[in-house]
Design a protein around this ligand. Structure first.
Ligand code: DLL
Length: 444
């Protein structure tokens, strides 16, 4: 359950919108939704056809409940209309292109107008202020720059706030650590797995993070857990906050966690959020877990209606301890397409991470290896040992293995194998971590 918690003092980048009453917010959303619907109907043949197929006209959207009449958009629609088919603005108004990190087939391409880039910068500036940032800060952006939205997305927001941006981009860990010390980085923006790696490498190189001015991390682009947060916070001596987003909808900054750490605030003046049952497409009430669906109501370049994110989350509309009124989404548990079904039980890598990291002895580096034995899927978890554990007696390791297996059985209700691997053998990532190795396809 997400708590509203005790009031905490907070400052805002855009107090009017961030703390707007939910009634006024609903009015604003409806007005912006209606304008967006009209816009895509007029300029995107894909949507016009989808509306016509449903006997729907823009004027039929009279209330926010009418959102449910609108068609969903999914990743395949972007593929089918590759590269620019869903753009709602002509190319002479598109000033930036980004693309999603598709591993198979063509990526989804997204285009931004001048206003889109400006709005995005404002939303990232909000995120920075949520993390306690101000124009006095030095912000090291270690998300990748390029087609990925992480680097440039954060970059423009830091400049908008008036803080100093260090455009480090991803990778080159030694240089990142040097910059962090020499430039006096206050806020680090990168994936949580890379933050952890930077922390570990820093400690190994003798850096005392307590003595550095770094105090916050704006971490996202991949699922992570509370236990992972604790590890990063204690190793780097920072407050680690979750930032969420996806290229199709904008990029980072669709939602951001505030200091209350009770879920991430979705920028509801720009996006309407729903949670649906991924099997039936039915909208679910607040508090129920399902697939997050987002409608962009301020975008000009590519405003997607009811985009099915495939991310599993829960929405909580209660006003937050920080005073923000925007709905909070719980940490993403995983993606519907990352969910493993092991002997009939649904398993997300993040659930395994959460259990593993409860054991102080296990390193936060792990891999879920899925295989097929006969007709059944089989899961083995590779867990990296710390140097200390590695040199320990076999019987200690056997005990630890038994305890982890038992805990996973009691929490996830599946019996799995644990394999300990040598220190530093699981590949580290400078961007999104790969947590699953699927060997099922390798066998015919
Ligand atoms: O990952 C945008 C981003 C950049 C977000 C930097 C945060 C920070 P894509 O490459 O299009 O965009 O991937 C989007 O990544 O649908 C989620 O599955 C996952 N994801 C993003 N943020 C989080 C998060 C960027 N905080 C996909 N927690 C999304 C869990 C996340 N998963």
């Amino acid at each position: 359950m997400i708590q509203s918690g005790k009031k905490i003092s907070a400052s805002y980048y855009d107090p009017e919108h961030e703390t707007m009453s939910r009634d006024r917010l609903a009015g604003l959303q409806l007005q912006r939704l209606q304008a967006t619907v009209k816009r895509v109907y007029q300029s995107v043949p894909f949507y016009r056809d989808a509306f016509k197929a449903r006997g729907l006209e823009p004027g039929d959207i009279k209330s926010l409940d009418d959102l449910r009449k609108l068609p969903f958009t999914c990743k395949q629609d972007l593929r089918d209309n590759y590269p620019y088919g869903l753009f709602a603005a002509p190319m002479d108004q598109i000033i930036r292109l980004h693309a999603s990190s598709g591993t198979t087939g063509k990526p989804s391409v997204v285009g931004y107008t001048k206003n889109d880039i400006s709005n995005w910068a404002d939303l990232i500036a909000r995120c920075l202020v949520m993390a306690g940032g101000s124009k006095n800060d030095v912000v090291q952006v270690a998300y990748g720059y390029g087609l990925f939205t992480g680097g440039l997305g954060l970059h423009y927001g830091v400049e908008r706030l008036g803080a100093s941006v260090v455009p480090a981009s991803g990778g080159n860990t030694t240089r990142q650590l040097m910059l962090m010390q020499d430039f006096g980085t206050n806020i680090l923006a990168c994936t949580p797995s890379y933050a952890l790696f930077l922390a570990e490498e820093g400690i190994a190189a003798g850096i005392d993070f307590k003595k550095l001015p770094i105090r916050a991390g704006i971490l996202g682009a991949e699922p992570w857990t509370e236990n992972m947060r604790k590890q990063i916070e204690s190793k780097m001596d920072i407050t680690a906050l979750d930032i969420y987003g996806l290229s199709e909808v904008m990029g980072p900054g669709v939602s951001m966690e505030c200091m209350a750490k009770q879920g991430s605030h979705i920028a509801e003046d720009h996006f309407i959020a729903e949670v649906i049952d991924p099997d039936t497409g039915e909208a679910l009430p607040y508090g129920e877990q399902g697939e997050l669906v987002l409608t962009a109501i301020m975008k000009e370049g590519i405003p997607l209606l009811r985009y099915r994110t495939r991310d599993i989350s829960t929405l909580h509309p209660e006003v937050c301890a920080c005073g923000r009124t925007h709905v909070r989404m719980k940490r993403v548990a995983g993606r519907t397409d990352d969910m493993l079904i092991i002997r009939g039980v649904n398993v997300f890598p993040s659930q395994v991470e959460s259990v593993l990291l409860e054991f102080g002895e296990a390193e936060p580096h792990y891999l879920l290896v899925v295989d097929r034995k006969g007709d059944l899927d089989d899961l083995e978890i590779w867990v990296e040992l710390s140097e200390k554990m590695f040199s320990d007696e076999i019987k200690h390791l056997e005990k630890l293995e038994g305890r982890i297996r038992h805990k996973i059985l009691s929490v996830l209700n599946i019996n799995i194998k644990i394999k300990f691997v040598e220190p530093r053998t699981i590949p580290r990532s400078e961007g999104k971590a790969k947590r699953v190795m699927d060997r099922r396809d390798l066998k015919g």
